[in-house]
Design a protein around this ligand. Structure first.
Ligand SMILES: Nc1nc2c(ncn2[C@@H]2O[C@H](COP(=O)(O)OP(=O)(O)O)[C@@H](O)[C@H]2O)c(=O)[nH]1
Ligand SMILES: [Mg+2]
Length: 300
């Protein structure tokens, strides 16, 4: 089968009720954790398309009942595992009895992936971290990493996640970045952002977010400060989105004690955010951010 023109796949897999559909909805569809509380088991698989910075990809949310997984790694293996860019395996931390079963299927899935999409990136999420006492998290992750790591040499990215914490946005942002980083636009966008940051002393950082709040690009050396805006941004997202609806060119800004964040819609699904030290007049920062938006408009 010719897969050259097909969008790459992001496979979400793991046992039933581990949280796959919740992760998809919260991270890629902008739903709140409260909205996904009553999700029913996914039958077979659900496909949804997403395009970020001109990179189309397809999210396969695979049902987690053992009967489905057996088929995915059995007779449907080629259909499921070809053309995959990223496999995200979700392990429910709170269901210790099922961890061995999860590992068994993970190993099988990884073997199929190696056969049909040898360059795919693998993430293994130890999920529902919010149900674990903060003091014991590091130890639990360490134990699970050891348990899940296959004997053969291969790169697997392990992360502890929860839809109630910013960990889920951090890891999905990494995943999205990995999906688009191959495109030539991605490289140019990074360069444009870096150029503006270097030439404008007041601009500490510039980020591009999806409308769900995932940071796709983050440039600047205030890495920690950029993470604060991600939260601030998320907590203000509803309001900002309402305001964006009133105008396609809407700009808004948030201020903290020493920083200004300017948000501007670049395209329906991409929002540009500039972070500036408060020493500069707001008007100046707004003009600068217009220049950034202008430089990016043919790239996103
Ligand atoms: N405590 C907690 N519950 C979660 C989390 N993610 C998902 N859930 C819950 O786990 C249940 C199963 O989630 P679902 O997304 O349907 O799992 P799936 O079968 O893997 O698609 C739902 O009740 C979710 O609300 C999480 O991070 N923490
Ligand atoms: Mg599901």
């Amino acid at each position: 089968m010719d897969t050259a023109d097909q969008p790459k796949k992001l496979l979400l897999m793991g046992l039933g009720a581990s949280g796959k559909s919740s992760i998809r909805s919260v991270a890629f569809e902008g739903k709140s954790p409260e909205e996904v509380k009553d999700y029913k088991a996914t039958i077979n698989y659900t496909r949804s398309m997403k395009t970020i910075i001109r990179s189309p990809f397809e999210i396969f949310d695979c049902g987690g009942q053992k009967s489905f997984i057996s088929v995915f790694i059995g007779e449907q293996a080629e259909l499921i595992f070809n053309n995959v860019a990223i496999l995200v395996w979700v392990v429910d931390l709170s269901d210790f009895d099922q961890v061995s079963t999860s590992k068994f299927y993970f190993k099988n899935a990884v073997n199929k992936l190696k056969k049909y999409s040898p360059n795919a990136i693998i993430y293994c999420l130890f999920h529902k971290m919010d149900l674990v006492l903060p003091g014991t998290r590091a130890q639990i992750i360490e134990t699970l990493v050891e348990f899940f790591t296959p004997p053969e040499q291969m790169e697997i990215h392990y992360r502890g996640t929860s839809i109630y914490e910013k960990t889920i946005y951090k890891v999905t942002a990494e995943i999205v970045q990995a999906m688009i980083i191959q495109s030539s636009e991605a490289k140019t966008i990074s360069e444009v952002l870096q150029r503006f940051i270097e030439s404008t002393e007041e601009l500490a950082g510039i980020a591009l977010y999806t409308e769900e709040g995932l940071p796709v690009f983050e440039e600047g050396d205030l890495a920690d400060s950029i993470l604060i805006p991600a939260n601030l941004w998320l907590s203000n997202l509803d309001r900002i989105q309402d305001e964006f609806k009133t105008s396609s060119t809407y700009k808004t800004y948030l201020e903290t004690d020493n920083l200004i964040f300017v948000c501007e819609r670049l395209k329906s699904e991409i929002i540009l955010t500039g972070i500036a030290k408060k020493v500069a007049p707001l008007q100046y920062i707004l003009i600068k951010m217009d220049e950034v938006a202008n430089a990016l408009k043919d790239l996103v």
